[in-house]
Design a protein around this ligand. Structure first.
Ligand code: GLC
Length: 738
């Protein structure tokens, strides 16, 4: 139901005409003209100042009275960081009191938490379970929407092969197929939970030179289309209403001023119809980039490139009127930006509800159950020698070392400030409550602080270790060293942690290392001392409990790495899908290798052990060839759980195009499926690939499907050895740009 223009007559603006409703009954939606007509009618009534207001996204500021007045004047069309329901109502009421009563979009970084924290996005990707990620994301959205927020700045879908970059925590890792599945799942989840989405950061933000946040990215067109665009395409196909542009330059041009990316590619090729918001003051930062002499020029360049909304840049509000009056920005350009914003607002139903929608909070128990399941399925067991894990009742004396074990927080709980944090368990309490009869647990902090920066009582910790049968050390890469602005040049354990680990090893007991981290680390220095290593990520509200469940064997880890864990920083950027080179890595000097480091990662993409054992056999390719123009090829593989324990396994399918006009990656993930197998059970998993799944993009960004021989690999990681082959036949196909 559109808004009332003049309360006295209760005229309601609908489409071209103006209907007068004397009762509160709302016309059925079917009776309303389509959104575009409503948008045009409204746009035709707006002043230039009101249009500029609609493309102005402002962050909540204390005291809010001043902002409420600006909203009433129509100077603000979108807000961010308003999270308290009473304030949301106040802002929306102020919007309704403005001359045209246009409701506000209320945005927030509701990524994996509003109240109950899910594991962070990279950990969610480690579940390889899009259905679970969708459900967990929906729960976060429901908790958020219940407070009146209706737009989230998520999902972040920036692919990255560089764990020096602190924001890998927010993404889904290095692979376009896994990242695309996660992007779509998260958009579906947010939208089902009541939030419009802003897929970000378009594009190439995850490829900053040297892994330094905000640094420039150099991305050839073929790689842009093969690697970085697919997750955006998946998010848009899943219905993302908005896009957030990236801070960085791509090939020397800031995205926020690059019409080729924001308009020609995003709108022309990908068909995006919603609105594009800048990132925080990214318009103003065009001056830092050196492509604008002042904010007026930055304003002009951003709008003309395709930035519809100015987030906290105060650029559009200060300079657009003059840029238009001076003939440097056509009013039609502003109109189109406003049209896109209004179209999203109508599409969100904001005009059809006089009050901000605040659906009921989801049941906490349900949200917690999802958080626990997501945390459980995200855990990645990197190594487990001599079946050190799980800690069975036969392990009578357990030593737990590391102050993070007392921690009731991890950085995934990066929730809206001021909200009451939900109850959670420390790892120590969760372990203690799971001891079997006759088992004992002794704890030593080992550090002076929660994150292992300050030296603690190492001698005491070593003595504790000597009295135990198995030692569990908790290493925390927590405490605000992940996320935006946290690029690192070193990726070993921080502070006193490596020293403590080495000291504990001297106790001569099997050592289990648990790492709370949000990025791949170079754990090479820990390898000689550990019998088992478990990646606990930042598991959220239920994360520490899930780690305890895994340590004692209540659950079996099933996570798989969404990003390679390097041996050393010198190997970065590193990923499983590199090119073969003219001299593939080998023992000979004159091959593509390091003289002081292996070329393989410490732990590869797709890797993750289980307490069960899975064998793969019978890779069957139905039909030995497929046409470049049509058809499908079916690839089946049988996976068997040869252990006595039921468990989940992620079956992964990789291909390699052996000969083509361009050098092709040595492996590429093309499909995956997470399956549950009871002890002794087996399952045949069948994947279907279309010819378009096997194409690549050329330097013009066109999809090329080229005939030739393909190898196929299937198994539980990117190093799967079970292989087969097929031929792609027929003519070279160059698909029209999509
Ligand atoms: C930040 C981030 C972006 C976030 C925005 C609003 O600088 O780059 O991801 O959504 O500001 O908080």
């Amino acid at each position: 139901m559109p808004f009332s223009l003049a309360p006295a007559c209760r005229r309601v603006l609908v489409g071209a005409g103006c209907f007068v409703f004397t009762t509160m009954s709302l016309p059925a939606m079917a009776d309303l003209p389509p959104i575009d007509a409503r948008v045009e009618t409204l746009l035709s009534r707006m002043t230039t100042a009101e249009k500029i207001g609609q493309v102005n996204l402002v962050s909540r500021g204390d005291p809010i009275d001043g902002q409420l007045e600006r909203v009433r004047k129509g100077e603000i069309g979108l807000m961010l960081n308003v999270v308290e329901p009473g304030e949301v109502r106040a802002y929306q009421a102020a919007a309704r009191q403005s001359r045209l009563g246009i409701p506000l979009v209320m945005g927030l970084d509701a990524i994996t938490v509003f109240r109950i924290a899910m594991p962070h996005p990279l950990a969610l990707a480690a579940t390889w379970n899009p259905g679970l990620v969708e459900a967990a994301t929906r729960a976060v959205a429901q908790e958020t929407a219940a407070n009146g927020v209706n737009w989230t700045f998520a999902p972040m879908v920036d692919l990255s092969r560089d764990p020096r970059w602190g924001r890998v925590v927010e993404g889904a890792g290095e692979d376009p197929v896994l990242a695309s599945a996660m992007a779509a799942a998260r958009v579906r989840g947010y939208r089902a939970g009541g939030l419009a989405t802003a897929v970000k950061h378009f594009v190439g933000y995850g490829a900053p030179e040297a892994g330094r946040d905000y640094n420039g990215a150099a991305i050839p067109a073929s790689e842009l289309h093969d690697r970085y665009l697919p997750p955006f395409r998946a998010a848009l196909d899943a219905g993302s209403e908005t896009v957030m542009a990236a801070f960085n330059t791509v090939n020397g041009v800031p995205v926020s001023a690059d019409r080729r990316l924001l308009t020609d590619l995003l709108r022309g090729r990908l068909g995006f119809k919603g609105f594009v918001t800048s990132d925080y003051n990214a318009i103003g930062e065009l001056i830092n980039h050196g492509v604008a002499a002042d904010l007026a020029e930055a304003t002009r360049k951003a709008l003309l490139a395709g930035i519809d909304v100015d987030m906290e840049g105060a650029a559009y509000e200060r300079h657009l009127e003059a840029e238009i009056a001076g003939g440097r920005v056509p009013i039609a350009t502003l109109d189109e930006a406003v049209r896109r914003v209004l179209r999203v607002k109508f599409g969100m139903g904001l005009f059809d509800r006089p009050q901000p929608q605040m659906p009921p909070q989801p049941a906490e128990a349900e949200v917690r159950a999802l958080a626990r399941d997501a945390a459980r399925q995200s855990l990645v067991l990197l190594k487990n020698e001599r079946e050190t894990l799980p800690l069975t009742p036969a392990t009578r004396r357990i030593a737990v070392i590391g102050a993070w074990a007392e921690n009731d927080y991890d950085q995934s709980w990066w929730g809206p400030a001021g909200l009451t944090r939900p109850a959670t368990e420390t790892l120590l309490s969760a372990l203690r409550s799971r001891l079997a009869t006759g088992q004992s647990l002794e704890y030593a902090r080992g550090f002076g602080d929660g994150c292992g920066y300050e030296q603690g009582d190492v001698a005491g910790a070593v003595e504790t270790a000597r009295r135990a049968d198995v030692v569990v050390m908790i290493a925390a890469e927590d405490c605000d060293i992940s996320g935006e602005g946290t690029s690192r040049a070193y990726l070993g354990l921080t502070g006193a942690q490596q020293g403590l680990l080495t000291a504990l090893a001297a106790a001569g007991k099997p050592l289990v290392l648990v790492v709370a981290t949000a990025r791949p680390l170079a754990l090479t220095a820990t390898e000689p001392f550990t019998a088992a290593t478990l990646i606990g990520w930042y598991g959220g509200t239920e994360g520490r409990t899930a780690i305890a469940e895994a340590l004692v064997g209540e659950i079996t880890p099933s996570g798989k790495l969404p990003m390679s864990f390097p041996r050393s920083v010198g190997q970065i950027p590193i990923s499983y899908d590199g090119l073969p080179t003219s001299r593939p890595p080998g023992n000979d000097r004159y091959t593509s290798r390091y003289i002081d480091e292996a070329t393989t990662p410490l732990y590869p993409f797709g890797h993750g052990l289980s307490y069960a054992r899975f064998d793969y056999a019978n890779l069957v390719i139905k039909g030995s060839e497929m046409s470049t123009q049509s058809g499908q090829i079916e690839i089946a593989v049988t996976v068997s759980n040869t252990s006595q324990r039921a468990a989940d396994e992620v079956v992964q399918l990789y291909v390699r195009q052996k000969v083509a006009s361009r050098s092709r990656p040595v492996r590429q993930l093309k499909a995956f499926e997470k399956v549950r197998l009871e002890a002794g059970a087996r399952r045949t998993v069948t994947f279907k690939l279309n010819s378009s799944d096997l194409g690549y993009h050329d330097d013009e960004g066109r999809l090329v499907i080229e005939p030739g021989p393909f190898d196929v690999f299937a198994g539980g990681s990117s190093t799967a050895s079970l292989s087969g082959g097929f031929g792609l036949t027929g003519p070279l196909v160059i698909a029209e740009p999509r």
